[in-house]
Ligand binder design. Structure first.
Ligand code: UN1
Length: 504
């Protein structure tokens, strides 16, 4: 039985419900059972983290960097085991799962050196015999709430820099990736030799987490929140955090556009659209929502794209497939609702991808021995105002629409009001840069997929995709540290800023 781990000890609360985590490729296989914690367990984890924080912050940053280095090596040594667990618990194809584990290692590699930098500045003063400085201080206790579609890479984006900068952690992973989360937690705690209380994991559902977080914020036990998940829940977390004058780093949904211009290499664009739309079964926040193709290429693009989709292999995620099953029954149910957004005026292609395991689901019913497999679907003729155009679906469905001028394409790309990732296929640099300037997204790909960001560039979105905060790379240091300004006057007299400014 999987449980929360607080202050180095498993916390079982027999009065609480437990939940089975199922293999989405074989719903009759239980991967693990998790005991869900109530709100008060979340609060006690926050108290423990709060108490452990000063000592962790006292550890010299280069030493914390070495702990991160060790974690990276231990994760690397356990890559295959962890990736196989990801395949089993959330149905992500093995190659992608291995890539995801690689992303933890990349993140550790990046931040281990940051332990020896973590620079502040020396700044000149307007007065003589006075010196100004800036220091980065840890924020304190960080609550991290993450989704299960990237059960290891995305948590590492928060956890690694938060630990490196001297913060302590309460992590609440998704319930349906509890087994992977437990394995991740163990690798981190043991690999890094982390003292008890520094990195706590709370296995809880959304309601208990919200209540626990609210109390912890109210009582001052949590100083920062990192959240990856839906735009709806992100709004609630942002509002809750703001009410207590704390800040949240929010990484939310996307309706990511891919523009195909007249000068594009069409085969490359098709390949990019296929991976962006159907990699991870369309369940990345960076997955492709709508292809916006120039009207002159519409038919040819559609012909090649649907041919590629038709020959895509959907099946056992342990094999070499484009797409495995959906993550979890809850997501499958939601996705089926979104399939209802297809309207009579739309032209539906696909639902023909070769499914090699189980039966495709027309409706979410059927033999539990078979997984949550769906056909990839392409819907041509989506327009603003259609639910399918305006909203994220988090599933293997891609819309197609046309444009005539690049300005229109940019407008169409911005209409849904998300702003996470975007892509343009063009061989004309002027188009590429006009797109970059006009698009509201935090991330822009030129001749590449909307998904698959590298781990050392800022990652994050605007609008419905987030509150402008960025993860990854050195930019995330601003999420987990607060600047402290120091002015040191060694003149031996009271020098007043703005009043005692030295003259030439
Ligand atoms: C997510 O789905 O929350 O850029 C993150 C990508 C991945 C991360 C996706 N590296 O597609």
């Amino acid at each position: 039985m999987i449980s929360s781990v607080i202050d180095g000890a498993a916390v079982f609360d027999e009065t609480q419900a437990s939940l089975q985590s199922l293999n989405p490729a074989h719903l009759d296989e239980v991967v693990g059972e998790v005991r869900l914690a109530p709100a008060r367990v979340f609060v006690s984890a926050a108290v423990v983290a709060k108490n452990a924080q000063p000592a962790w912050a006292d550890v010299p940053a280069p030493v914390r960097g070495r702990a991160i280095a060790h974690i990276g090596r231990v994760v690397e040594q356990n890559s295959e085991r962890l990736a196989k667990l990801v395949v089993r618990e959330i149905g992500k194809p093995y190659a992608e799962a291995l890539g995801e584990v690689r992303e933890i290692v990349d993140t550790c590699d990046f931040f281990l050196g940051e332990g020896r930098r973590l620079y502040g500045q020396t700044v000149p003063s307007e007065m003589p015999d006075k010196q100004l400085f800036t220091f980065r201080n840890p924020v304190g206790t960080v609550a991290i709430i993450t989704a299960g579609n990237f059960p290891v890479a995305v948590p590492s984006w928060y956890i690694v820099p938060a630990l490196l900068t001297g913060n302590t952690i309460v992590w609440k992973p998704a319930e349906y990736s509890a087994v992977v989360s437990e394995a991740f937690h163990e690798l981190f705690v043991h690999g890094g030799g982390l003292p008890d209380g520094v990195f706590n994991i709370v296995q809880a559902d959304g309601a208990a987490t919200y209540d626990g977080l609210e109390q912890s914020l109210q009582l001052g036990y949590v100083d920062k929140v990192g959240f990856t998940g839906s735009s709806e829940v992100g709004r609630e977390i942002g509002a809750l955090t703001g009410r207590h004058l704390q800040t949240a780093c929010l990484e939310l949904g996307g309706k990511n556009p891919l523009v195909v211009t007249p000068s594009a290499d069409l085969d490359l664009a098709v390949e990019g659209a296929l991976f962006s739309g159907f990699g991870t079964a369309g369940q990345r926040c960076t997955s492709l929502g709508t292809v916006i193709v120039h009207e002159s290429l519409h038919e040819e693009f559609l012909r090649r794209f649907t041919a590629a989709v038709d020959s895509a292999v959907v099946g056992d995620p342990a094999q070499d497939v484009l797409m495995g099953p959906l993550l979890d029954a809850k997501f499958a149910e939601r996705y089926e609702k979104y399939l209802g957004w297809v309207q009579p005026q739309h032209r539906v292609h696909g639902r023909t991808g070769r499914i090699t395991a189980g039966n495709p689901r027309a409706g979410f019913v059927g033999d539990p021995a078979e997984g949550l497999y769906y056909h990839p679907v392409v819907v041509d003729g989506v327009r603003p105002g259609d639910e399918l155009f305006d909203h994220e679906t988090f599933g293997p469905i891609v819309g197609v629409t046309t444009y005539s001028t690049l300005e229109q394409a940019i407008d169409l790309a911005n209409v849904p009001g998300y702003g996470l990732s975007s892509s343009i296929y063009t061989t004309d640099p002027a188009d590429a840069f006009a797109f970059r300037r006009g698009i509201g997204a935090g991330m822009v790909s030129i001749n590449n997929s909307t998904s698959g960001a590298e781990a050392h560039l800022p990652f994050g979105g605007n609008g419905k995709s987030g509150n402008g905060s960025r993860q990854s790379g050195m930019w995330v240091l601003d999420q987990f540290t607060r600047w402290q300004s120091v002015n040191w006057d060694y003149s031996g007299r009271l020098q007043k800023a703005q009043m005692d400014v030295a003259e030439l």
